[in-house]
Design a protein around this ligand. Structure first.
Ligand code: PLP
Length: 401
């Protein structure tokens, strides 16, 4: 029995089954490469679900975290510390906005903060919020209540609030759903877990106008799309809209757990002393990591790199003109290879056998959300290997018939 199988057996005995048993037991990583406990190496094109923005063991993150953990790892929110203040200032600077920031540890927690902010601001006269079908906002009860995917929400209802769901991308349907009794509209600028689905051009702007006309707040969930993933600091930049509330998480800490709920302008002042909290939220080590991520993206010109590399990646896959590939969706280094058949799991497996980690985000879509430092050479290696990966997928399916 190899080391992977042994660890899988122990995993199955000791951990809950909510993740299934993962096929790879990762021992370490550097840059965009990880290796498993048996020594196999993989090009990591998932990046820990769009989290490892600078790849693995990036020197800037290692240095910042090491320095901070030696000085002060945790102090709680009874006391303040400079890393949190600097990070909040930095995020507001990137947003080019006034406002205030609340730090938490996960995407779901950032959305819970946004929900509380919205509920408090709205009061009893605005009893409902609007979210999109196929959206994903997290697994805690409030965030799950906003999540428009029946398979992951239905076993856990009922949820606390009145949430009304609309089709993502339909401005008319959104307008019809939002009136003066609506507290807020929660949207992802591009839907991630739905399979990296961008809305039609103009949708976010329409949402902004609908909210302005009715007094509902526009909450943009940039947990997956933010911090450079699309080639902009924030995906909503592309349409020039400004949210009232913004949530961030995944890529922000470069692998350390940190999330943020930003209230822009006056919405930064809705929550006051005693309204909310998180013991670990915005701890010094995670803030130091996030500052290193933001500084490195800026210093190394990674936004431009992400835009260019994303285009090369998408064009390279499209250029294969492979019969299993219907289209390549998404923006920057955040893509879905949409397949002509529901064989994404088989593609994920064949890619893994060939040394590439990708994610079957939907039955017919394979997600790529690699580190933002992915090189052109690494892109070439994947695009070159893809025809044989897809060929093996087709063969395996033919064999199964
Ligand atoms: C991943 C994700 C979340 C949840 O983040 P967690 O850290 O898993 O709680 C929320 N919203 C979006 C858009 C996400 O992609």
């Amino acid at each position: 029995m190899n080391h992977t199988r042994k660890l899988q057996n122990r995993f199955e005995s000791a951990l809950m089954a909510n993740y299934g048993t993962p096929p790879v037991a990762v021992a370490g990583g550097e840059g965009c490469v990880v290796w498993d406990v048996d020594g196999a190496r993989y090009l990591d094109l998932i990046g820990g679900l769009a989290v490892s923005a600078l790849g693995h063991a990036h020197p800037a993150v290692v240095a910042a975290v090491s320095r901070q953990v030696r000085e002060l790892a945790h102090i709680s929110n009874l006391y303040l510390h400079e890393p949190a203040v600097r990070l909040a200032e930095r995020l507001l600077g990137l947003l080019d906005a006034d406002g205030r920031v609340f730090f938490a540890n996960s995407g779901a927690e950032a959305n819970e903060a946004a929900l509380k902010l919205v509920r408090k601001h709205a009061g009893p006269d605005r009893p409902y919020v609007v979210a999109a079908h196929e959206s994903f906002h997290g697994r805690t009860m409030g965030a799950l209540g906003l999540t428009g995917r029946p398979t992951i929400r239905d076993p856990f209802g009922p949820f606390g609030g009145d949430v009304r769901f609309v089709s993502y991308g339909g401005a008319d349907e959104l307008a019809a759903a939002v009136d003066a009794r609506c507290a807020a509209v929660f949207l992802e600028p591009i839907q991630g877990e739905a399979g990296v689905v961008p809305p039609p051009p103009g949708y976010l702007r329409a949402a902004r106008e609908i909210c302005d006309a009715t007094g509902a707040l526009l909450v943009l969930d940039e947990v997956q799309s933010g911090i450079g993933r699309t080639g902009d600091w924030f995906a909503h930049r592309r349409e020039g809209v400004r949210p009232d509330v913004l949530t961030l998480a995944k890529g922000l800490g470069g692998g350390l757990p940190i999330s943020a709920c930003v209230g822009l302008g006056a919405y930064g002042s809705v929550l006051v002393k005693g309204d909310h909290g998180s013991t670990f939220g915005g701890n010094p080590v995670s803030c130091a990591a996030a500052l290193a991520v933001v500084d490195t993206i800026e210093r190394d010109g990674l936004l431009v790199h992400v835009a260019e590399a994303g285009k090369v990646l998408a064009d390279g896959i499209r250029g294969l003109e492979h019969p299993l590939v219907a289209e390549v969706r998404g923006r920057g280094l955040w893509r879905a290879i949409v397949l002509t058949e529901r064989c994404a799991a088989a593609v994920e497996g064949a890619a893994r056998d060939a040394g590439f980690l990708v994610n079957a985000v939907r039955p017919d879509a394979v997600r790529l959300s690699p580190p933002l430092i992915l090189s052109f050479e690494e892109i070439r290696s994947f695009v070159t290997a893809l025809p044989s990966v897809l060929g093996r997928t087709a063969e395996a399916r033919a064999g199964a018939l």
